[in-house]
Design a protein around this ligand. Structure first.
Ligand code: ADP
Ligand code: ZN
Ligand code: ZN
Length: 816
């Protein structure tokens, strides 16, 4: 048997730590343990077992093993499978991230280790109590310690899987320590002694009591309890219980009623909200919308609303598909055949299918094929809330076999889903970025939808890209992996050119539909011809009016949220900036009649950190009243559109109108039904929506990114333009796109306007390996820095890099 183990702890250190294993503890590779580290107890993962003790330092014991090896009946295998552990090790190495931090991101089970604190009476405390019952409490509290302290407090078992504070397991007290305690006890004020007595009496039965319960029952404060722990009368225990109770969610359900009593405004608001959402909403969702729960209770009393309690876990929801059942067309059938015939081995594919080519149907069919062979699938999507349609399709196709993992889940929901997946109950996993770590047994297929999407990149340690991790996960699992997009990232494209990924092309839209024709409007010329700075060009206005007149729908991308994106002072030039981030504050001014979202007044907001302030009437710097507002966001777009098209039924889709998932579902439902015929919004409107009535897409200000110092700028603009254009003409009527641009000659804009991915890639320098690297070296020693730089220059010379391609800039903190 191994006596030691190597544990990866969630600390920013690039190493594992050795711990000794106690008798009865039975950890194995992949199990969670609680380990003492500095003054904390951390949850770590066992990476290796070993028989040999380290020689150079003294090892500590593991505090507890959370996932004990259960012998033969542990049909589930270790908590983290070998495949996931290997993946974690690969990530730690590839992304230069501490293994413990990688693993922490993989395991959403921290919520399970409920750190509930319990208190329990010790034998010593029991003795103290026994004496005080016979005598006057005060005196005994001062003297009881001495005798009782002779006995060591044994580590008694408990109904919980517990770890016990060191204070209790320390064994008998040394005599000098004892007299010290007694001395101190004499000084304890009477009030506190009574509190202590109450605590001991409450704990007398021996059952551990939760800290909150104990405090309510006795009135003891945490310092009082802490003092009692120091005296070893009570012990503190932290339950590491794994929760398993099925959680439920409360729903407010509208009771249809013909004759309504007189209602207050708040009551009406709740009823309207429920009615608008198909008659029911989770109570939590109402609360999020600031609809009062006391009003809700009143409605329940009046019999207008009832509260239903339902199991939460498996509701997928989403928008039901209205599409007629169809048979896969030829390109889809061929794509499916390639994928299906590779199931059972590792094989990466790049599925390059134009917008509207029906990629989703291929994903679903491939998952079904995998399922038929007893294999599980993971489908990654950029943002689940943005594609409720996909959720609806999955629900219809696979029902309770689906597990959903996304960022809006509470820790409890997340671990519940995680457990279901691990038990093999949900062989279809759908989720955002971190769903790539879902512990599915028998993984056969990994699909990454819209693989180019930025949301797959994690911006904190470990800084991984889930698309790339997906490929490695599939590799370790021997699974098929499919990266799908109409606008593949250059990285994936490059891999397909290098034949590392097998490319599948779907070049036609389904049902012989055509891609929309794209017209470029040169906004510089528009300005010359109209002599006015206009948000919308004449062509876009004409086309929009025509689409609305024909009873069709139009969609306008204005890729900034808020009203104006900067406020400047004309007098002194001051720019209103966030006090935390020093970036321009965005002016928000929601239209007055915005009834469908919680009303908020004007404000300035930092889109980086969320800081908010009121709109000042005068310049905070020079007190001038000449402030001016620069740039138009979606709120201003909406306002302008309402002026230009007074009879249009306008909707807006951005982070301000879409807060919760239900907001989006409702907005999309209004679009599908035609209730909204003109939608303005940020890049959210470009995400995979399949609305058949849209025949016109307008693109306003999607090219400002081209002036940004970002090596992916061209790629991003190309992707956004192609994706948003792809929303037009998905139904029976063909679509049109009007793109307003200040860069009509830029290759990204030109290629996107011709739906020509290949010509874009060929023009993009990055694919040819032409990069501009930017390295920052920092050193405290001038000599070290100098040596490093000289070494690098020598290396560049050797590699034949011309000196004029290198710029060295030394910025000194100290010259000598
Ligand atoms: P993509 O993701 O490639 O842009 P979707 O998967 O959203 O395209 O499919 C576009 C639309 O085409 C959807 O409404 C879908 O129901 C429909 N569709 C997919 N395949 C077919 C088919 N073989 N026949 C008819 N309609 C189809
Ligand atoms: Zn000023
Ligand atoms: Zn800020």
């Amino acid at each position: 048997m191994s006596a030691y183990c190597e544990v990866a702890l969630p600390v920013p250190l690039d190493r594992t730590f050795t711990y000794a294993i106690r008798d009865g503890q039975n950890p194995r590779r992949g199990a969670r343990v609680i380990a003492p580290f500095r003054n904390e107890k951390l949850i770590g993962i066992v990476m290796r077992l070993s028989a040999k003790a380290p020689t150079d330092f003294e090892v500590k014991y593991l505090e507890a093993v959370l996932d004990q090896d259960q012998g033969q009946d542990s049909h589930e295998g270790p908590l983290l499978s070998e495949g996931l552990l290997t993946l974690a090790e690969w990530m730690a190495q590839y992304y230069l991230a501490p293994l413990g931090e990688v693993l922490r991101g993989m395991l959403p089970l921290m919520a399970e280790v409920r750190r509930t604190v319990y208190y329990r009476i010790t034998d010593l405390g029991r003795d103290v109590l026994a004496r005080t019952v016979e005598n006057e409490p005060q005196e005994e509290f001062a003297s009881g310690v001495e005798q009782a302290a002779e006995k060591p407090s044994p580590l008694t078992g408990s109904i919980f899987s517990l770890y016990i504070d060191k204070s209790e397991s320390a064994g008998p007290l040394a005599p000098e320590r004892r007299s010290h305690l007694i001395e101190r006890e004499g000084k304890v004020p009477q009030e506190q002694r009574e509190l202590q007595h109450r605590v001991l009496s409450r704990l007398a039965s021996g059952e551990p009591i939760k800290v909150s319960t104990l405090r309510t029952a006795t009135g003891a404060t945490l310092p009082v309890l802490a003092a009692m722990i120091r005296k070893k009368w009570i012990a503190r225990e932290t339950a590491a219980a794994e929760r398993d109770a099925r959680r439920t969610e409360r729903f407010a359900v509208l009771i249809p009623e013909t004759r309504l009593p007189a209602l207050t405004q708040n009551q009406q608001a709740i009823l309207a909200e429920l009615a608008a959402c198909g008659g029911e909403l989770p109570v939590a969702e109402l609360r999020r919308k600031d609809l009062s729960s006391s009003t809700l209770r009143t409605l329940v009393r009046h019999g207008l609303v009832r509260i239903d309690e339902r199991p939460t876990a498996f509701r997928l929801g989403g928008i039901e598909s209205t599409a007629e059942p169809f048979r896969l067309n030829e390109p889809q059938t061929e794509a499916l055949a390639s994928l299906a015939s590779s199931l059972g081995t590792f094989k990466p594919f790049l599925l390059h299918g134009i917008t509207g080519s029906g990629k989703t149907a291929v994903y679903l069919a491939a998952m079904q094929r995998a399922l038929d062979r007893g294999l599980a699938s993971i489908l990654l999507v950029p943002e689940i809330g943005l594609t409720p349609q996909t959720a609806g399709l999955l629900d219809a196709a696979f029902g309770t076999k689906v597990a959903l993992l996304h960022s809006a889940l509470t820790p409890e929901e997340r671990s519940e889903q995680w457990r279901r997946i691990r038990r093999g109950e949900a062989p279809i996993v759908v989720g955002t970025r971190s769903a790539i770590f879902a512990p599915v047994p028998n993984l056969g297929l990994v699909l990454v939808d819209e693989e180019h999407d930025q949301s797959y990149k994690q911006e904190e340690t470990p800084r991984y890209n889930a698309r790339d991790v997906a490929v490695m996960r599939a590799k370790f699992a021997g699974a098929v992996v499919v990266l799908g997009s109409a606008t593949p990232s250059l990285e994936s494209w490059h891999n397909s050119v290098q034949k590392k990924y097998t490319r599948i092309d779907m070049r036609e839209r389904v049902m012989n539909r055509t891609l929309p024709e794209i017209e470029l409007i040169d906004m510089r010329r528009e300005f010359q011809e109209t002599a006015k700075e206009q948000l919308f060009s004449r062509a876009l206005i004409t086309e929009t009016q025509a689409a609305l007149d024909r009873g069709e729908q139009a969609l306008i991308l204005l890729n900034r949220r808020g009203y104006s994106f900067a406020i400047l002072c004309r007098a002194c030039g001051a720019k209103l900036e966030c006090q935390n981030c020093a970036i321009a504050l965005t002016h928000h001014k929601p239209p007055a009649e915005q009834a469908d979202i919680a009303r908020e007044g004007q404000r300035l907001e930092c889109h980086y950190c969320g800081f908010r302030r009121t709109v000042p009437a005068r310049c905070p710097q020079c007190d001038s009243e000449h402030m001016y507002y620069l740039g138009a966001g979606s709120e201003q777009g909406e306002e302008r559109l309402a002026e230009i098209f007074p009879s249009a039924r306008i909707g807006r889709m951005d982070r301000d109108t879409v807060r919760g998932r239900y907001d989006l579902e409702r907005l999309l439902a209004r679009l599908h039904s035609g209730e909204i015929n003109l939608l303005v919004g940020t890049q959210m409107i470009a995400k995979g929506h399949d609305i058949h009535g849209i025949t016109l897409v307008g693109v306003v200000g999607c090219d400002h990114a081209l002036s940004m110092p970002d090596f992916r700028a061209a790629e991003r603009v190309f992707q956004l333009m192609t994706q948003v254009s792809g929303r037009a003409g998905r139904g029976e009527l063909p679509g049109r796109v009007v793109v307003q641009t200040y860069y009509p000659d830029h290759y990204a804009i030109l290629a996107a306007s011709k739906h020509d991915y290949t010509s874009f890639v060929e023009r993009e320098a990055r694919i040819k390996g032409i990069y501009r690297f930017h390295l920052i070296l920092k050193a405290t020693s001038r000599k070290a820095l100098n040596d490093a730089l000289r070494g690098m220059l020598a290396h560049a010379d050797e590699a034949g890099v011309p000196r004029r391609n290198l710029i060295v800039d030394v910025d000194a903190q100290r010259l000598m």
